[in-house]
Design a protein around this ligand. Structure first.
Ligand SMILES: O=C(O)CCC(=O)C(=O)O
Length: 309
C-alpha cells in the first residue's frame, strides 16, 4: 500500500521533509492514490463518525425522494447500499472544516497539482452495513478531461478501512492512460469502465482495497479507476471527501456551505476556497449531492478537452 506517515519532527513542523515529499510524490504519480497516515486528530474524526452514523436513514430517504440516489448506485440492477452522505458543515462544533486545510494534504497537493489548488467540493460516501453488492469500476468523470493531474479527492476515513467494511477498491496506475473512450455512459449519468478493459487490466495490474486508519486520509487522482465495495460488517462505513482542482484547469464547481461558517473556510497561501454560501435550508438540499457539472472546466478549448460529454 503506498503510504507515508509523518515523523515526530514532521508533525511538529506541520509539513513533510523534502525526502518524504519525494517519496510521496513518486508513489502518487505512479499509482494514482496515496495514503497519508496519522495526519489528523483521530478523536475528532471518531466523534464526527458517531454523530453521522445515526443520520443514515434520513440521508437515504432524502436522496431517494430527490431522485439522486437510485437503488442501484453504480451497479447494474443490484442495490449496493452505498449512498452519498456529505459532511456536517452546518455543525461547526464537529470540526469538518478542519479537513480541507490539513497541512500535509495541502503540501502534497501543491506539489502534485501545482501551487495553490482550488478547494471545489465536499462529498461523502456511506457504505451501508450488510452490503452484498459492489459498484462497477468507474472514475467519477462524466466529462472529457485532461491527461495531466488536474483534480484530487482527499478521502478521509471515519473508521478504520479494511476489506471487511468495504474499503474502496482502486486500480493502481489506471489514471495514467485512461480516457473518456474507456467509459460507458447510461442515461441516468451512471458511468463505468468498459468490461473488456477491466478484464484485461485485472490480468496485469489487479486492484487493491485501500487500507487506512482513522486519522489518515487517502488521496485519489480523479482519473483513477475505483469502485465502492460491499460492507459486510455490521456498522456503516463513512468516508468524507474534499476535492481540489489545479488552478490552470479553471474548474466550474464551487463547494456548497451554509451561511454563518464563512470565517472557518478562509483561503490561504496553500489553497483557494471556491465557496458558495447558502441559507441553511438550501444548503441541506445540496449536502448529499454532487452537481452534474461540478468537475467541468470553465475553459472553452479547441478539440475535445473540457467539453462536457
Ligand atoms: O464509498 C466508496 O468506497 C467509493 C464510492 C464511489 O466510488 C462512488 O460512489 O463513486
Amino acid at each position: 500500500m503506498p503510504a507515508v506517515t509523518p515523523s515526530a519532527e514532521e508533525l511538529s513542523a506541520g509539513e513533510f521533509s523534502p525526502e518524504t515529499l519525494f517519496i510521496a510524490l513518486n508513489s502518487f504519480n505512479r499509482d494514482g492514490f496515496l495514503v497519508l497516515e496519522e495526519v489528523e486528530d483521530a478523536a475528532l474524526i471518531r466523534r464526527m463518525n458517531e454523530e453521522m452514523i445515526p443520520e443514515r436513514r434520513e440521508v437515504e430517504e432524502a436522496l431517494v425522494s430527490s431522485g439522486v440516489m437510485n437503488a442501484t448506485h453504480k451497479a447494474e440492477d443490484k442495490p449496493t447500499k452505498n449512498c452519498l452522505h456529505g459532511p456536517p458543515s452546518h455543525r461547526p462544533e464537529l470540526g469538518s472544516h478542519k479537513l480541507y486545510k490539513n497541512p500535509f494534504v495541502l503540501q502534497v497537493l501543491n506539489a502534485y497539482l501545482g501551487p495553490r489548488p482550488q478547494f471545489i467540493y465536499t462529498a461523502g460516501n456511506n457504505a451501508g452495513a450488510g452490503g452484498t453488492e459492489r459498484q462497477r469500476v468507474h472514475t467519477d468523470m462524466t466529462y472529457l478531461h485532461p491527461e495531466a493531474p488536474y483534480m484530487v479527492a482527499a478521502q478521509w476515513v471515519l473508521s478504520d478501512f479494511s476489506p471487511a467494511n468495504g474499503a474502496t477498491e482502486v486500480w493502481p496506475g489506471s489514471h495514467r492512460l485512461t480516457t473518456n473512450d474507456d467509459h460507458v455512459y447510461d442515461p441516468k449519468m451512471n458511468l463505468w469502465i468498459k468490461e473488456q478493459l477491466v478484464k484485461e487490466r485485472a490480468r496485469t495490474h489487479p486492484p487493491v482495497q485501500v487500507e487506512c486508519k482513522v486519522g489518515g486520509v487517502f488521496l485519489r487522482d480523479m482519473r483513477l479507476w475505483h469502485a465502492g465495495m460491499p460492507n459486510t460488517s455490521e456498522v456503516d462505513r463513512i468516508m468524507l471527501a474534499c476535492g481540489y482542482s489545479a488552478r490552470w484547469y479553471q474548474c466550474r464547481g464551487t463547494v456548497k456551505l451554509p451561511q454563518g461558517v464563512e470565517h472557518l473556510y478562509e483561503s490561504n497561501d496553500l489553497v483557494e476556497v471556491m465557496a458558495e454560501y447558502l441559507p441553511l435550508d438550501q444548503y441541506k438540499q445540496y449536502r448529499h449531492k454532487i452537481m452534474n457539472d461540478q468537475f467541468h472546466t470553465k475553459l472553452i478549448l479547441p478539440g475535445k478537452v473540457g467539453v462536457a460529454a
